[in-house]
Design a protein around this ligand. Sequence first.
Ligand SMILES: [Zn+2]
Ligand SMILES: [Zn+2]
Length: 146
Amino acid sequence: MNCAKHINTPAVAQCRDCREPVCTVCLHTINTEPYCEACAVNHHQQSPLSALLFSLFVPGLGQVYNGEWLKGVLIFLTGWLILPWIVGIVDAMLVASAIAEGKRPASGVPPGYLVLAIKVLSVFFSCFYIGLVWLILGTVYAYISR
Ligand SMILES: [Zn+2]
Ligand SMILES: [Zn+2]
């Protein structure tokens, strides 16, 4: 079988989305899965570092980045207890690297434009969240020291 675009070049893989044969020039490997040039645009390499940064700024956001929405919401709601926040950071990194190595399916991972939106939102959201934690801890402290 030859490449769909380069008719005289033998194909080395088949695109995971459109099933078209691709040669070494056309092949885009993302999270160990083969894609053609056109389909590669819809996917991105999962990065443990991004997962770490997302989780660090907003608890649960690393999970959303990994496509684990429910776990993300759970960690977001309990993040002010600090321990779930830390667990969430480690978990996000492990899951992201598992997806990057092809050990976990990347089917739930949000598309590129959504990841970009998460990046922008995380900046605003982290200010809001840290402010909220500050308020809760301040109230608790005021209650205890009374
Ligand atoms: Zn394709
Ligand atoms: Zn080709």
